[in-house]
Design a protein around this ligand. Structure first.
Ligand code: F3S
Length: 388
């Protein structure tokens, strides 16, 4: 790789052992993927934050590092709400270990925002280069914002946060961002919500794998795009997708679908993803809820009281911006938690069947929580939570 003088000196250990280690990670990845140089990044988002996923060895590795992030960098969700963890039923030992992980990241200069929706913090714009690692955040940044990031692992995102650069390959290069598959969606119901796009993404990701699809026949709004990408990143490895006439690069480059392999997906096929099973608990907010979603939940819960556990997850920043609405929701008996989610927290492992409104959660809950997952619309989720 063609490194600058400064990058060479970091690699030679002239700026300390941790910065050298971090540069070795980035150069190693750059060489594997044929990057010619590094590119400066605007922000980083670091996964590997829940003690449930990184465990003792991950914590020891973090504790051995000594450096500070040099660009805005936020943490992915951790295994508990860092203030209300006892209410979530998290045990003392897990909480202690999780606090140690958060302290280690904080010492490294990573903001404890603990969210997979860092785009709600307004830290990125069209054309920015980023080093983000949570798969749904990566899909959103690339597809909905038109920023450029590869799907980083936890260590490479941390290295990029500390050094402010990432190897320039893959989705950092415009030439690699063209669609190579077309999903033609037909028979879209008149009323669709976020969950419908989650179910569509759940199907589409299984077909597209790591290709870059362009969708025709749909007109999703922002939160629907969020769910579509999150589900495709879970059942496939989607890091970028386009929607004709909707997403920024599809509008700017006006991609032709002529000559692309085309797969038809029908509304009936999407409807089959839904199942009617009584859940033990309901979990909403994968990816973390936006303010609009919190408001929708509050209006659906009006005059209802909760009969089964209803968990809602959002970033601390979003919760702070709609405090009054969150209080209304909690009056019904539901819990609105920050910093964590139904997948990375051990709190939901006690349930046998969990209803979600997200294609990504539908895919991850069985493996990560050992529970059966069913998807429902937001309305169905709230109705299930209020049923005896
Ligand atoms: Fe976010 Fe957890 Fe879903 S990290 S995308 S809410 S699995």
């Amino acid at each position: 790789m063609d490194l600058t003088v400064e990058e060479e000196s970091i690699l030679n250990g002239e700026e300390g052992e941790t910065r050298q280690k971090m540069m070795e990670i980035l150069v190693g990845i750059g060489k594997v993927f044929g990057a010619e140089r590094m590119v400066r990044i605007r922000s980083a988002q670091v996964s590997g934050a829940s003690y449930k996923t990184i465990g003792r060895w991950g914590l020891e590795w973090l504790n051995g590092l000594n450096a500070k992030a040099t660009v805005p960098a936020v943490l992915n969700p951790v295994g508990m709400d860092r203030i209300r963890w006892e209410e979530m039923g998290i045990d003392q030992e897990f909480a202690k270990n999780q606090k140690d992980v958060m302290a280690a990241y904080e010492r490294l200069g990573i903001r404890l925002e603990c969210t997979c929706t860092p785009y709600y913090l307004h830290i990125t714009e069209y054309g920015d280069h980023l080093a983000w690692s949570e798969s749904s955040a990566v899909a959103y940044a690339n597809s909905v914002i038109g920023a450029r990031t590869n799907r980083e692992g936890g260590p490479s995102a941390l290295a990029a946060a500390i050094l402010g650069v990432t190897p320039c390959y893959g989705l950092h290069l415009i030439k690699n961002r063209n669609p190579d598959l077309c999903f033609s969606v037909e028979g879209v119901p008149e009323r669709t919500d976020e969950s419908w796009y989650g179910a569509l993404g759940y199907l589409a990701g299984k077909i597209s794998g790591n290709r870059i699809p362009v969708f025709t026949g749909i007109r999703p709004a922002r939160d629907q795009l969020k769910n579509l990408g999150a589900a495709m990143a879970a059942t496939g490895a989607t890091a970028l997708y386009h929607v004709k006439d909707i997403t920024p690069e599809a509008r700017i480059f006006n991609y032709t679908t002529t000559g692309l392999e085309t797969v038809n997906i029908t509304g009936d096929e999407v409807a089959e993803v839904y199942a009617s099973i009584e859940p033990d608990a309901i979990a909403i907010g994968c990816p973390h809820c936006s303010e609009e979603e919190i408001k929708k939940i509050a209006s659906l819960l009006k005059d209802c009281s909760i009969k089964r556990p209803l968990y809602i997850f959002a970033s601390r920043g979003v919760i702070a911006r709609c405090k009054d609405t969150v209080s209304l929701i909690e009056k019904s008996g539901a819990g609105v938690y920050a910093d964590t989610c139904m997948v990375v927290s051990p709190a939901l492992e006690k349930y046998r069947t969990i209803m979600v409104s997200s294609g990504k959660a539908l895919s991850y809950v069985p493996n990560m929580c050992g529970a059966k997952a069913v998807i429902g619309t937001l309305e169905e989720c709230i109705r299930a939570a209020c049923r005896d």
